[in-house]
Design a protein. Structure first.
Length: 97
């Protein structure tokens, strides 16, 4: 069985090879930046997953608690936006763009 971290690392190595070849072949800067952006996102994803999988972190529930808090905050934002949208829908003249 291949674990998520192993998959990320496998793809990351492929992306790194592409990035290195792009640099070696003087790829256009705009395209190279796109590859570097993907490279950086995979790198950060790997580091976050490595951190999240540490037994000490799992035992403390730090990641789960952090994600739960984030989702609760987003839910509050969504609820607030729905209320604002409802007010605008019910009284569009009062809305000033």
């Amino acid at each position: 069985m291949t674990y998520p971290l192993e998959l990320l690392e496998e793809y990351f190595l492929q992306i790194k090879n592409v990035k290195d070849k792009a640099i070696e072949n003087n790829l256009e800067e705009k395209e190279l930046n796109k590859i570097k952006d993907i490279y950086n996102k995979y790198y950060i994803s790997i580091k976050i997953l490595e951190y999240s999988l540490q037994q000490e972190i799992i035992n403390k529930g730090l990641v789960l608690n952090g994600v739960t808090k984030l989702l609760e905050d987003k839910e509050k934002n969504i609820t607030s936006l729905k209320k604002q949208l409802s007010k605008i829908s019910n009284n569009p003249e009062s809305y000033k763009a």
